[in-house]
Design a protein around this ligand. Sequence first.
Ligand code: SF4
Length: 117
Amino acid sequence: MNDRLTCILCPAGCELEVFDQGDRLEVRGNECDKGIGFAESEIRHPLRNLATSVPLQGTGARMVSVRLSGPVPRERIFPVLEAIAGLRPEAPVRRGQVLIPDVLGTGVDVIATRTLE
Ligand code: SF4
């Protein structure tokens, strides 16, 4: 066995055992075929999403919640988080507003999830 994963695609939370056979993965413990796709994605091309909040410019205390428009490769999460950390959007901010388009060339936008006047 090469890896153990918990499939998070449904509440069953199957514990997957993944054996790397080189050109393919052998997956055990999945109760449905979605678990195979989940394991392949996690092993071959793991993606992550994130949600956080940043201060509104000039306020210090009022926070704007933000998230990514889609997942990015797992190894890009911390650089993306650093790019978001320097963000200080000006009011007003609208829910769904793109605050950083194509963050770090990932093809994913940072968007506001809350409206602040
Ligand atoms: S393998 Fe299928 S049944 Fe099991 S957690 Fe994943 S989606 Fe749900």
